[in-house]
Design a protein around this ligand. Structure first.
Ligand code: DAH
Length: 340
């Protein structure tokens, strides 16, 4: 290549140093403009070519054009270096750990009553009980008569029972499942029957719809002691160390009958609204199945005995979470449910 005029060499050197010294893409743009822009040094030179003697024009023109190409090359090279540096800096600053767990959606959880129901089923399945179901719209016969509840028993009163047209009711307890399960079966057997029941009733402890779990076992030698052991173990499984009270009571479908109470979790016995100042909350009823009920299911009470019980599901959830009102379980208020 023909030698360049010295001022071209100086210019080239200056351009090279300036391009190499550009610390950012923005710097680089102004450096490039300084040399190659419309008012840049190289453009000045090109414009000046017209003033040169004719024999020099072509040579100098080629040299200036070559310098222009050369500077463009340096700029491109520097731009690539700056861009890659910029990209690396960005990657470094926004480092993403793909092994971190995703932020995810807020998750819900099972309803506290469902938890109670599952824990319960787990306990009884482990003890050899099977799960039996019955309809929520039940015959008056299964809900009352077959269970030895006489026609004038207060439980049949309009106060308590939702009557459905015909001889049907919304079952007031899960006990009618005893009738369905025992009829046509030969002991021994043991069942639990969880489900919804309905009553005209509303208080901190009662709701017009609530859940119960019925349980019953029939065999040739089933005793009240078996029942008591079972229920105490059940309470321990569900609630851990809880103070219980086994209290004589009356149900038409059991003889003898008892009720099982737990210490009010809110006042711990001092008395409060939730336990109606008694210090105790009734968890459910139980007893030895009345011979008449067995007979109604074609089971010979001379040969077989059985125990039965019916526990409130919500009461269990109230005890677990120290809830003052049963309604807190039904309102669907996330501020409450998220705490449970
Ligand atoms: N069915 C009764 C109620 O709802 C509870 C009950 C008491 C169930 C004694 C039983 C029992 O199986 O033996 O109040």
């Amino acid at each position: 290549m023909a030698s360049r005029a010295p001022d071209l060499d100086t210019l080239a050197q200056g351009a090279r140093t300036d391009v190499a010294g550009a610390g950012s893409l923005q710097d680089l743009t102004s450096v490039r403009a300084r040399y190659l822009g419309r008012k840049g040094s190289v453009s000045d030179l090109l414009r000046g070519i017209g003033d040169l003697p004719a024999e020099e024009r072509s040579r100098v023109g080629q040299q200036v054009n070559a310098l222009k190409v050369q500077i463009e090359d340096w700029v491109a090279e520097r731009r690539a270096a700056l861009e890659s540096r910029e990209r690396n800096r960005h990657l470094e600053e926004h480092r993403l750990d793909v092994t971190l767990p995703a932020a995810g959606q807020p998750l819900g959880h099972l309803h506290p009553v469902s938890h109670v129901q599952r824990d319960m089923a787990q306990f009884f399945l482990a003890r050899g009980f099977s799960i039996e179901e019955g309809p929520e719209v039940e015959t008056e016969h299964n809900n009352f008569d077959a269970l030895n509840v006489p026609a004038d028993h207060p439980a049949r009163d309009m106060q308590d029972t939702f009557w459905v047209e015909g001889d049907f009711v919304l079952r007031t307890h899960t006990s009618p499942v005893q009738i369905r399960a025992m009829t046509g079966r030969t002991p021994p057997f043991r069942f639990i029957a969880p489900g919804r029941v309905y009553r005209h009733d509303f208080s901190p402890r009662n709701s017009p719809m609530f859940g119960q779990v019925e349980g019953f076992a029939v065999d040739e030698s089933v005793t009240l002691a078996n029942l008591k052991e079972l229920l105490y173990a059940f309470a321990k499984h569900m609630f851990g160390a809880v103070e219980l009270r086994f209290r004589a009571s009356y149900f038409p479908f059991t003889e003898p009958s008892a009720e099982l109470d737990f210490r009010c979790p809110l006042c711990r016995g001092d008395g409060c609204n939730t336990c109606s100042q008694t210090g105790w909350i009734e968890w459910g009823g139980c007893g030895m199945i009345h011979p008449t009920v067995l007979r109604n299911c074609d089971i010979d009470p001379e040969r077989y005995q059985g125990y039965a019980f019916g526990m409130g599901l919500e009461r269990g959830a109230m005890l677990r979470h120290e809830l003052p009102h049963i309604r807190l379980l039904y309102d669907g208020d996330l501020r409450v449910l998220e705490q449970l």
